[in-house]
Write a protein that binds this ligand. Structure first.
Ligand code: ZN
Length: 477
């Protein structure tokens, strides 16, 4: 990309709401079931069937809107968006058009060390379409299980100015949706999908160029790559004296390139009209207030509080607060174990490391906060060494036992008796006569070597501080 152009980027994100049932009928929502087993006349749009709005979906949409500071419309209207597509059996989608549920708001996030704010233009409710399954050798089958799954569409303003910033916005949005418990954020399974609108303009210009759309972006990486690709394509067109045409591009994740799908549609192509089978949606102020009072502490607020309250570094706080569950786990453990920095270290290294290895989630982590606190307490008062602590941690995961029980089973109580330690130190010195001689001649950095050897000989059970003192006494004279 030549530095003479800058992109103007806006994102439309479709997020699948974590309701148990669909948005206009009682069919269950589930991923990976046998095709066409989760369907009824309503979600198939059979004649005579009538949609009934799922109030849980409304609540989740309002919750999301409030978390982003959106205005909540006292009355919003469902519209029919008419189009033909083989996986949409009604030939229209029940969406919201000119009167969405949530109006203007904002999303704050950090990008390249700076606080950025992107305007949210609207959030509205709609249903998902089914899925085409292309058969090898030709032909397509259609699975309607996903028809009627509740979605919110979150439309940002054209506020982003680089691929990286768009990626940072989407990362924060995904984190917030997961934090609120309204969407699992799984982009591979399609529960979070992103379309990008993009134009480029000469740097310093304030007019907007013609924009194109990229659809089918199923990872944050793909969003960045797709934007880069399209910026470059538009630049070549403009510099070649051409004109940008409004088109919709598809991102081919396998080939890492864009494919132009069709001329971009305009709203009038869809012939929107108010959905006759659903009354306008009224959300009273009292209900908005109740939902607002149940909002959890939001990620950036919690990060700030963790820095102020526990004195943790920005890096620690960002890792701990990436997920609400992990930050809850930290706070519960810190409340029991006291030293927040130690708790943070153990969670970042051991707990998150274990979760990464096993692919588990914090809610199902085998060590509860009281169990981890119990272990840290044994380390803190010197009953076991830090390195023995990690062994105990692993054994606790394997057996589900408390720290005290594991220490007893493994015989890991730290050796703090001076007599016992002195004996091990003597054995160690005898085993390394050359090093001992050099140490006596003044090479005191070898003290560390001897502490290490004693730890090894005692299988990590020696009290390191006391061991160091004894060695010093014996070798420094
Ligand atoms: Zn149904």
């Amino acid at each position: 990309m030549s530095s003479r152009y800058e992109p103007v980027i806006g994102l439309e994100v479709h997020a699948q709401l974590l309701t148990k049932s669909k948005i206009y009928c009682g069919c269950p929502v589930a991923y990976g079931e046998e095709p066409n087993t989760l369907v009824c006349p309503v979600c198939l749009g059979l004649p005579g069937s009538l949609p009934v709005l799922n109030e849980r979906a409304v609540e989740m949409a309002v919750k999301t809107g409030l978390a982003m500071g959106c205005s909540i419309a006292p009355e919003s209207v469902f519209s029919r968006k008419n189009y033909f597509y083989p996986d949409a059996p009604r030939n229209y989608q029940i969406s919201m058009y000119d009167r969405p549920l949530c109006g203007e708001g904002r999303l704050e996030f950090e990008f390249e060390g700076e606080r950025r704010v992107v305007c949210i233009e609207r959030i509205h409710l709609e249903d998902d379409a089914g899925k085409l399954v292309h058969v090898e050798g030709g032909g397509s089958l259609v699975d309607f299980n996903r028809c009627g799954v509740p979605l919110i569409e979150i439309v940002s303003g054209p506020d982003m100015r680089s691929p990286g910033e768009a990626a940072a916005y989407l990362t924060m949005l995904r984190r917030l949706l997961r934090w609120l418990g309204v969407c699992d954020g799984n982009m591979e399974e399609g529960s979070l999908r992103c379309d990008v609108n993009i134009s480029i303009r000469p740097e310093g210009s304030t007019t907007l160029g013609t924009r194109t759309e990229i659809k089918n972006l199923n990872s944050i990486k793909a969003v960045e790559m797709g934007i880069r690709w399209e910026m470059e394509r538009q630049r070549r067109v403009l510099e070649g004296g051409g004109e940008i045409i409004q088109v919709t591009n598809l991102w081919d994740a396998a080939k890492k390139r864009l494919v132009t799908m069709r001329r971009k549609e305009y709203a009038h192509d869809y012939r929107y009209f108010p959905e006759p089978d659903l009354l306008p949606l009224t959300v009273e102020a009292g209900r908005v207030k109740v939902i607002g009072e149940k909002l959890p502490e939001l990620p950036l607020d919690r990060e700030k509080r963790f820095r102020d309250e526990y004195g943790l570094s920005a890096y620690d706080v960002a890792v701990l607060c990436a997920e609400r569950g992990v930050s809850d786990y930290f706070e519960e453990t810190a409340a029991l174990a006291g030293d927040a920095k130690t708790v943070s270290n153990w969670i970042m290294r051991e707990v998150l490391g274990e979760m990464k290895n096993t692919g588990g989630c914090i809610e199902e982590f085998p060590l509860t906060p009281p169990m981890l606190a119990g272990l840290l307490e044994l380390v803190a008062r010197g009953a076991i060494s830090g390195s023995a602590g990690t062994d105990v941690f692993r054994e606790m995961i394997r057996t589900g036992d408390d720290a005290g029980a594991v220490v007893e089973q493994l015989g890991l109580e730290q050796i703090s008796g001076e007599e016992d330690l002195a004996r091990i130190v003597d054995e160690t010195i005898a085993a390394h006569p050359e090093e001992a001689a050099r140490c006596r001649e003044g090479r005191t950095q070898l003290i560390g070597f001897f502490v290490g050897q004693v730890m090894k000989r005692s299988r990590g059970k020696a009290n390191p501080k006391l061991t160091g003192e004894i060695i010093r006494k014996k070798l420094e004279g």
